[in-house]
Design a protein around this ligand. Sequence first.
Ligand SMILES: Cc1cc2nc3c(=O)[nH]c(=O)nc-3n(C[C@H](O)[C@H](O)[C@H](O)COP(=O)(O)OP(=O)(O)OC[C@H]3O[C@@H](n4cnc5c(N)ncnc54)[C@H](O)[C@@H]3O)c2cc1C
Length: 602
Amino acid sequence: AEQSYYGNSMLDMMEFMRRGQAQLDLEALDNGQKLLTKYDFIVVGAGTAGCALAARLSENPRWKVLLLEAGGPESYAMDMPIAAHYLQLGEMNWKYRTEPSASYCLAMNNNRCNWPRGKVMGGSSVLNYMMYTRGSRRDYDRWAELGNPGWSYRDVLPYFRKYEASSIPDADPGPTRPGRQGPVKISYTEPRTRIADAFVRASQEAGMPRGDYNGETQLRVSYLQANVYNETRWSSNRAYLYPLKGKRTNLHVKKNALVTKVLIDPQTKTAYGIMVQTEGRVQKVLARREVVVSAGAINTPQLLMLSGVGPAKHLREVGIKPIADLAVGYNLQDHIAPAVSMLCNATSLQIREMFSVKALGDYFRGRGPLRTPGGVEAISFYALDDPKNPQGWADVELFVVGGGLQTNVALRLALGLRPEIYEDMFGDLERSNANGFLIFPMVLRAKSRGRIKLRSRRPQEHPLIYANYFSHPYDLNITVRGIEQAVRLLEEPAFRAIGARLLEKRLPGCSHLRWRSSDYWACHARHFTFTIYHYSGTAKMGPSSDPAAVVDARLRVHGIRNLRVADASIMPHLISGHPNGPVYLIAEKAADMIKQDHNYVL
Ligand SMILES: Cc1cc2nc3c(=O)[nH]c(=O)nc-3n(C[C@H](O)[C@H](O)[C@H](O)COP(=O)(O)OP(=O)(O)OC[C@H]3O[C@@H](n4cnc5c(N)ncnc54)[C@H](O)[C@@H]3O)c2cc1C
């Protein structure tokens, strides 16, 4: 038996290396391309939006398209779902941090929240937890009501269905049914811990119907729908570009290429190219038709400001001549979820045990825990402010991770938790291998707004990030109610059956407050202000009559010709769910609008 174990292990390792090499070979197909001096379209950033956009624009064989990415190739190891936390520790992460605050992220080193972002082919779709949600229909209807024709749920539904390749067997079959043929895979994940089963059942026992939260009604509990297929993360790079590698000669992809400026003629206010730092030098590349910025909600405002598009006063402060005075970098939104730690008698995911050759072998055979997307297993949506309305607009989401903060060292590091707080809260649990889980109450429609500012005019320098969590009183209030909803679930029979209970440990900074009181939970939230990484809104879409708008409903930058933004930055309000899917929607719609505007009709 021992012999066959080692024999299999060797084969599994070889298989791992074979798959890794096959992927690198694909990625290497881009490397031989020599940059032209001029393209029809230049897309900045190969993230969720950028890959989709470049693939769609280059469908016209007559257009030459250049996709520029600051990071390097995606690798096979990144695509193992459970590796998600670890990726935040590597160079494929921009490793942003918010400015220190006295009112949030108090349990984190220097009171700064870590804000990871993908710096790699596929962008944040390579770092993310693969949770797939469309959000509420009301989100899109609100976008349209704000003066953005074409963005109501009815209007955008065909775009969801265009990119989706859902294999969810019990998806809502009604008019909102998912697409089955698109490039972006969506499936249920396995294996499931008993904890996830208990969460789904306890939610039902508390009155929440089970069903498809991406269907007609969002207020449902369900196992997670995820961007995973064949045990593999389905990044935007894999979805849109891998099928084209080496085949689409009019699409050039350049990695390790940092765009430092969009070139805009100050007289005609027309974008005509970019400056890019690559292979040790800075060069100019021209755009015959348009530059599209898809650098994500932190880098897009940074790049626009570096190029003279932004708040004139702030640009002058850092020595940049303004070309268009627009509210770039304002309207920054995010989702936070101050996770609550529970203990239980059911076996939770013990990450330490996962990194073995056996686990790898199981993974190749379609088994085992390496397939879980970072441990997130099930999810539910509540309209706490409108509880009687079955069609309500969700304001809180709960999701469950079948392991505790103590079961995964990478999670602690990724969050930047202060070592002394970690030791106080979780040290004993880690040493005793205690079984536990986390419920994350995610606040879906926060009213606080943050801001991105330039630290300097150097493109290599990280911008300043002010998250401003809880600056609006609604946000702390709804956060506390979300936590209380999570804790209430523990009373349900399904959770009782696995001995689920709150971790009875007070945060050192909150020990003066009555245990489990709302003041205690507010203090908990100010300490464990965990971002769920949904930064958005910093190049807001809206009509020119809206002083906060940066782009119009066709995603054209107000007052500048031949320049668009297509990524999470354009969301006027962050959607009530996880935004990776909605960013594909933005990219797909942007691609169609660009094709229409340049008279290319499929
Ligand atoms: C850790 C983490 C977990 C998440 N979990 C989920 C989840 O489970 N479900 C979900 O729906 N969403 C999740 N998200 C959010 C989701 O992934 C993002 O909203 C989405 O990827 C944003 O897409 P984007 O195209 O706007 O930006 P990105 O995907 O971040 O792409 C921007 C790209 O531009 C590149 N770039 C930036 N500046 C430049 C420049 N100057 N020159 C060249 N290239 C540049 C970047 O390197 C990057 O590749 C998560 C995000 C993170 C970081």
